[in-house]
Design a protein around this ligand. Sequence first.
Ligand code: AMP
Length: 405
Amino acid sequence: MQLIDNYSFTGKKAIIRVDFNVPLNAEFEVTDDTRIRGALTTIKKVISDGGSAVLMSHLGRPKSGPENKFSLKHIIPTLADHLGLDVKFANDCMGDEAVEKSAALKPGEVLLLENLRFYSAENKVKTPEEKAATSKFSEKLSTYADVYVNDAFGTAHRAHASTTVIADFFTDDTKMFGFLINKELKAMDKVLKESKKPFTAIMGGAKVSDKILVIENLLDRVDNLIIGGGMTYTFIKAKGGEIGNSLCEEAKLDIALDLMKKAEEKGVNLVLPVDQVLADDFNNDANTELSSIENGKPGYMGLDIGEESVKLLTDVIMNSKTILWNGPMGVFEMENFRNGTVSIAKAIAASTANGAFSLVGGGDSVAAVNKFGLADQVSYVSTGGGAMLEYIEGKELPGVKAIRG
Ligand code: AMP
């Protein structure tokens, strides 16, 4: 495997899989350019070495061919602005224009290909037929450049033409990760393989079922496992508590009991909230009451953790040297049920200032640290929710395997 740090792109064309799947408003303007900024280091390295870059990405989920609202041409102004140069565009990633424009690229130039998912069927690998189509599609993309760079961490858990199959058309020394994927892998390995103790994982969000495998894998590594958010109530009900109308996955009660038993056997301190904010409706203006976590109330649902829980969890977090956070502690989108999530985010920031390494990942916890202006006070904010969770589950990510071998 080639390392980007000591590779010289001088005179080379690099095809770079970036993640430009960014939100656009009704005027097709980029409303959050985090992902574009994430790809800049790699693109700038290619350019400043005297190479040229062919950029490829998906945007949204087009189902049946080209659609203006999913066109990557909308992101050109933002990208050109960040790079400080003109960005060329090919209207069809498979068309003659893409072939000609990539062949004509001069050192220092950048070409963006139209949305890869306008060829949805060819782009995904599920069945052998799709694999064959994908190979042809990937092979054609590979002919646009001398070197393949994957820097799209957000799609590294998907086996797609541009993240996986294309790597087969390059040799070991002409395929590599970009700086963003390298940073993501380093942050996750720091947590999973070199964690300083005590190691605390904080799992929140709505559903236990999404996170069972992650929790199981973490039980072999962590000292403390904090459960919060809506998933708390499946554990509380399994323990015999009253949860009223709170979220609960009845089918997962046995699994919750099993996870609690495993935690005990492995000597992991499983920490559940001790109190909660109850609401009589799923609504910011609902009537609220405080109660202990086991004593919910019929007709009410728990939408945030209470102050006693905040104290308890803050104490655990402040005494940790490694922290992994995925998922909010309550319905943080509503102002009246935000306190638990804000307080935990602040505790993570304070513990980081004390020397802990903190990794925050997963759409909602990232949205929370951004919303509270704390993103630069944690050690690392992952750009890939699904990819991060699968890596932490212990799965090999297809996009990583394709390059690492
Ligand atoms: P997830 O996608 O599983 O990480 O879940 C994130 C969502 O869980 C957010 O939209 C939160 O509003 C929601 N959530 C967190 N705590 C609760 C709760 N106690 N009851 C209902 N939803 C919750």
